[in-house]
Write a protein of this length. Structure first.
Lengths: 202, 202, 202, 202
C-alpha cells in the first residue's frame, strides 16, 4: 500500500484535533456574563493551553511528515500503529481543556498528569511507528539516507523519557510541569528551525 | 468518474468522525468538580469506548482502502452507496457516547443495542458497496486479481452476521456485548496484521 | 488557478458539515435519563433529519463534482461564488437541528421554513456558480461536451424553484414540507442512479 | 520539503474553522423555546457574524493559495510560521461567537476588541510568512514573477494596520468596528474580483 492515503487521513486528524481546541476556550467563557472584559482576562490559561497544544500538534505534524518522507510503503501493522498513534493525538484536546480549567485549582495535579500521560503516549507511539518502519529498513525507501535515518532515531528516542520526566514533575509542582510542556514545544521549534536546515534533505 | 475525490471525501468523514469521539469524553467530565482525580478515574468507560470506536473507525478506513484498491471507477449508484455507508460511519460517535455514559446503568441494554445496530448497519453497507462494485467485475480494475477479490468477499460476508450476533447478546448481557465489540476489533487488527501480509498485494 | 485546491477545500467543508450533523442527534438525547430506551425512540425525528441532511449534502457533493468536471480553471469571482456556496452548505446543520427538535411542536413552521430557505439558498448559489462558469464557456474545459453542459443547465435550473415551493408549503403544513425535502432527496438519488448512467461521461 | 502536504493541512484547518462557525449560531438558539420564530429573528447578529467570519476565512484561504503559488519549498521556519498562522485562524470562531452574543450588550467593546485583535494577528502572521518566504527570493519558485511578488507585498503590507485601526475603533464604537470588519471583507471580495483578473497569473 502506498502511503498517500495514510498521510491524508493523518493530516485530517491533525487538522481537526488542532481546530477543535478552540471549543475548549469557548467552554471556559461559559454562560452569558455581564462583565465580558474581565472574564476574557480571567481565562488566560485557556489561551496558553490552546497555543501550547496547537503548537504541539503542529510539531507532531512536522515530525510525522519527516518520518513519512523516509517511508515508502505501509503494511497492516504499520497502518494500525498509525491508527494507535492518531488515537492518542486526537485525545489531546481533552487534557488540554482539563489543564486550562483546573491549573489554578486543587485539580491541577490530576490535569497536568492527564496532559503529560497523553503526550508521553504520543511519543511512545511515534517511536513504535518509527522502529517498526526503520528496523532492518523494513518499510523505508530503497534510496533512504542511512545517516538521516540514524539522526531521526537519535532525536526521537529520548522524547518519551523527557515527557515522562515532565509528567512526573506534576506530582511535585503541576504548574512547573505545564510550563515545561510549553517550554519544550517552544525549544523544539527553535532548535529544529536553527539546526534543522543542515539535517533536512533539501 | 475516477475514485480519487470519493476517497478524499470518505477519508475526511473517517477522520472527523474519529476525532469527534473525544467530545464525548469531554462531556462525561461534566461541570467543574472539586475532585478531578477521582472524576477522571470514574469515567474510565469513556476511555474504553473512545479507544474501541477509534480503532473500529480505523479498521473501517483500512478496509475501505483495500476495497477502493480493487475499484477503478464509480458510477452514481456506487457514489450513493458510499454516501449511505458514510452516513452510518458518521453516526458512530453517538452510540459511543451512549455506551460510555450508560454501560454501568439501567440504560446499558439500550446503549449496547444502539452501538451494535450502528456497527451492523456499517457492515451491511460495506457489503452492499462491495457487491455492487464486484459482481460481474462491474467497477473493478481490468487487472484486478480474481483470487484477491474472492478473498475480500469471503472475509466481508460474515461481518454483518457477527455484528448482529453481538448486538443480540446485548439483550441478555449488555456488558458482555460491549466486551465482544472491543475484542472483535482487537482480534481483527491482530489477525489482519499477522495473516494480512500474504493476502495483500505488495 | 487550477481547481484542485478548490475541490479539496469544498470536500473538506462537505465532509465536516455532514459529520457535524451527529452532534444535533447527541444534543436531543439531553441530560442523563433513567429511561434511555424510550428516549432513544422518542427522538426519532432526529434520525430522519440526520439522514435527510446527510443525503442532501451527499447529493450536493456529487453535483459539485459533476460541475467541477466541466470546469478547467477558477478566477476570483468563481472562488468567491464557491465560498458563498460553501457558506450556505455549512449552515445546513443548524436548521437540521431545528427541524429535529421542533417538528412535533408549535415551532414546526419556523423550523421547516429555516430548513427550506437554507436549501433554496444552496440551490441558488449552485446555479450562480454554474452560470458564471458556463456562460460563453468562460471557465470550461476547452474540450467540454456542449450537450453535457446543456444537460447540466437544464437539470440545475428548476432546483431553486422546487425548493422555494417546498419552503412555502411549510406555511400551510410544516410536516408535509419536511416530508417533501426528504422525498425530493430520495427521488434525486434514484432518478440520477437510473438515468445518470447514460448522461455521465464514462 | 514540498509544499503539497502543507497546503492539505492548511486547507483542512480553514475548512474546519469555517464549518465550526455554525456551532456558535446553534449555541445562540439556546434551550427549547415556545416561540422559535421570534428567537430566530432575535439572533440575527449570529447570522451576520457567521457570514462575515466565513467570508473572512474564505479570503484568507484565497490569499494563502496565492501566496503558496509563488512558493516552491518549505523549510522548518516556514512550516512553523504556518503553524502559528493557522493557530490564529483556528481561533476566529471564538471571537465570532463573542461578537454574535455580546454586540447588543455591555460586553460589545470587549467582544469587538477580541475579534479585531484576532484578525490583526492573522494579518501579522500572514505578512511574517510572506516576508520570510519572499525576502531575497528565499523559498520562491525560480521562475517567480518579480512584478507579481512586489504586487503581493504591496497588497499585504497595509492589512495589519487597517485591522489595527478597525480594532481601535471598537474602543469608541464597537458596532461601528464590527460593521467595518464586514465592510472590509466585502470590499476585498469585490476589489479582488474586479481587479484581480489582470493581476493574476494565467
Amino acid at each position: 500500500m502506498r502511503t498517500g492515503r495514510l498521510e491524508t487521513f493523518a493530516d485530517g486528524v491533525f487538522a481537526i484535533a488542532a481546530t477543535l481546541l478552540i471549543l475548549n476556550v469557548d467552554t471556559q467563557i461559559g454562560e452569558h456574563t455581564s462583565d465580558l472584559g474581565n472574564r476574557l482576562l480571567a481565562i488566560w490559561p485557556s489561551y496558553v493551553a490552546y497555543a501550547v497544544s496547537f503548537l504541539t500538534i503542529g510539531i507532531i505534524w512536522v515530525n510525522h511528515h519527516a518520518l513519512m518522507d523516509q517511508v515508502e510503503r505501509a503494511d497492516r501493522v504499520f497502518l494500525f500503529l498509525n491508527v494507535g498513534f492518531l488515537l492518542v493525538v486526537a485525545f489531546i484536546p481533552f487534557p488540554t481543556r482539563l489543564v486550562a480549567e483546573y491549573i489554578q485549582d486543587e485539580g491541577a495535579t490530576a490535569a497536568a498528569l492527564a496532559y503529560g500521560i497523553t503526550l508521553t503516549a504520543t511519543a511512545v507511539m511515534f517511536n513504535a511507528m518509527w522502529f517498526y518502519a526503520s528496523v532492518g529498513g523494513r518499510l523505508l525507501r530503497p534510496d533512504h539516507d542511512p545517516a538521516a535515518v540514524k539522526g531521526i532515531t537519535r532525536s526521537y528516542l529520548p522524547a518519551p523519557w523527557i515527557y515522562l520526566a515532565m509528567t512526573l514533575t506534576a506530582l511535585i509542582d503541576p504548574t512547573l510541569s505545564v510550563i515545561l510542556y510549553g517550554a519544550f514545544a517552544v525549544f523544539w521549534v527553535i532548535e529544529s528551525s536553527v539546526f534543522g536546515r543542515t539535517r533536512m534533505r533539501s
